[in-house]
Design a protein around this ligand. Structure first.
Ligand code: ZN
Length: 255
């Protein structure tokens, strides 16, 4: 057992007893770790505020390589106030939680290595910050879904024709064909607008930290449809995500 101080994002919480929780904290260096937050549900506990899903903080942890580690202290960096406290607009929270759950699923894949964990951490942290800043959470989910395809080992070809490798006259973005299709290789795929072909590259290659605005994107509906189809065709995690969003949408409608 050793004491460590580590930055992380709470990606899961589970009641442990009447007053305690087990937190799942996503850290850049150690991946996801489970930590007992003892007594955090008591009003006076100094672990209380930091023991909730979505918190970004520096955590002091009594760390065990094998077995359950224990939380000792929390130094909060960001509670993502605009995501959590906007009761009139649950959309931000809904998307933030979906992105977190998607991240946990991606991290659970066997092929993910240490460097990829670090990249995924940076993507998640930047994305949550941008949702908090008020940028479209829906488009941010698209960006994250696109970027995660690389870690899932099924990145579509959006640099050249996925069939011949050529770069001349790309006319379709097709899930079953794994990405771009040129006029020569075209059979019966749906024709995609040039705006959408350009947009998907922009969304994949963009540095999330540098995004200033995300509205009025030409071709976004086509790109979104492609991403949804692609998750369904080539990954195992499409349905969980969409089902969750649909349930939350219903909750939103009721509230
Ligand atoms: Zn081709």
């Amino acid at each position: 057992m050793k004491i460590i101080k580590i930055e992380g994002i709470v990606v899961g919480e589970q009641n442990y007893s009447e007053s305690s929780k087990i937190l799942r904290i996503f850290t850049k260096d150690l991946g996801i770790i489970s930590v007992l937050s003892k007594g955090c549900k008591k009003t006076k506990s100094n672990l209380r505020e930091g023991s909730n899903k979505l918190i970004l903080a520096n955590f002091d942890i009594s760390y065990k390589d094998n077995g359950l580690s224990t939380l000792i202290g929390v130094d909060i960096i960001d509670i993502y106030k605009n995501i959590i406290l906007d009761y009139h607009d649950l959309e931000k929270k809904m998307y933030a939680f979906t992105i977190i759950d998607l991240t946990v699923q991606v991290l659970g894949q066997k092929q993910i290595d240490e460097n990829e964990v670090k990249d995924i951490y940076d993507i998640l942290k930047s994305t949550l910050s941008k949702i908090n800043d008020g940028l479209s959470p829906k488009v941010l989910l698209d960006i994250v879904m696109l970027k995660y395809l690389k870690f899932l080992g099924v990145l579509p070809n959006i640099d050249s024709c996925s069939i011949c490798g050529g770069n001349f006259e790309i006319i379709s973005l097709d899930s079953k064909s794994f990405g771009f299709v040129c006029r020569e290789c075209y059979t019966n795929e749906k024709i995609t607008s040039q705006a959408a072909l350009k947009l998907i590259r922009m969304l994949y290659y963009v540095d999330i930290d540098k995004i200033k605005k995300l509205d009025e994107l030409d071709g976004i509906n086509e790109v979104e449809e492609f991403i949804d189809n692609y998750y369904e065709d080539h990954t195992g995690i499409y349905f969980n995500i969409k089902k969750k969003l649909m349930t939350l949408n219903k909750m939103n409608a009721v509230l």
